[in-house]
Design a protein around this ligand. Structure first.
Ligand SMILES: N[C@@H](CCC(=O)N[C@@H](CS)C(=O)NCC(=O)O)C(=O)O
Length: 209
């Protein structure tokens, strides 16, 4: 297979199969056909040796330079080729809208992860205020995403962008960790959009090692 960066070397993406941030970064690499190897389940010490924050995703370039976090990886990867352009380059308002979609999706991920971590604690130690605050943030953000999307095919413009990749990553994570949250029945436009985007080859590929 020919990749856009077919230099014979391979970028390495430290990741996991469940992290929504990793999925977003992988989706960008996959959509842009950028050769990479996804390293699933690396030891914390190995991740710390490349990213002082110890977080994934972390992308190691051919020369050993480590790029983190998912937002920076997406921004960098988008500069590598134009097929497709995932972050608009000339229309500054369109670019702003895409970056705001990304922030909205990342916010859903952030709050869903806080809820997940809280729920992992023994029941008597779970903080009800934290749970309520972050569940509400997810609810409001999903409502907002549905309103923003309206009846459009894609989050921004007439083709796939980072906005779609970030949002699908957030919603897949919600399905994984909050299956009881029935966002489809209350947001049918999102459900229609999701069934199309989640069937993309890149999204299917992002679920396997
Ligand atoms: N804002 C970061 C968030 C990355 C993040 O928090 N990743 C989680 C996995 S979902 C992680 O590595 N957690 C381990 C830790 O914080 O020690 C990004 O967009 O990449």
């Amino acid at each position: 297979m020919l990749f856009d960066n077919d230099t014979g070397k391979t970028m390495k993406l430290f990741g996991s199969l469940t992290s929504p941030y990793v999925r977003k970064a992988r989706l960008v690499l996959l959509e842009k056909n950028i050769r990479h190897e996804c390293l699933i389940g690396a030891e914390k010490s190995e991740i710390l040796s490349v990213n002082p924050l110890g977080r994934i995703p972390a992308l190691i370039l051919d020369d050993g330079f480590c790029v983190f976090d998912s937002t920076v990886i997406a921004e960098y990867a988008d500069t590598l080729n134009d097929a497709p352009i995932l972050i608009p380059r000339t229309d500054t308002r369109a670019r702003l809208r895409v970056k705001r979609w990304e922030a909205l999706a990342d916010g859903i991920m952030d709050s869903a992860i806080v809820v997940r971590n809280e729920r992992m604690r023994p029941l008597e130690q779970q903080n009800a205020t934290t749970l309520a605050t972050h569940n509400k943030a997810v609810t409001e953000a999903v409502d907002y995403a549905s309103q923003l999307l309206g009846e459009r095919q894609w989050c921004e413009g007439e083709a796939i962008t980072l906005a779609d990749l970030a949002l699908v990553s957030a919603l897949i994570y919600l399905d994984l960790r909050q299956a009881e949250r029935d966002w489809r029945s209350t947001h049918q436009n999102l459900a229609v959009w999701f069934s199309k985007v989640s069937a993309l080859p890149s999204v299917i590929a992002s679920s396997v090692a």
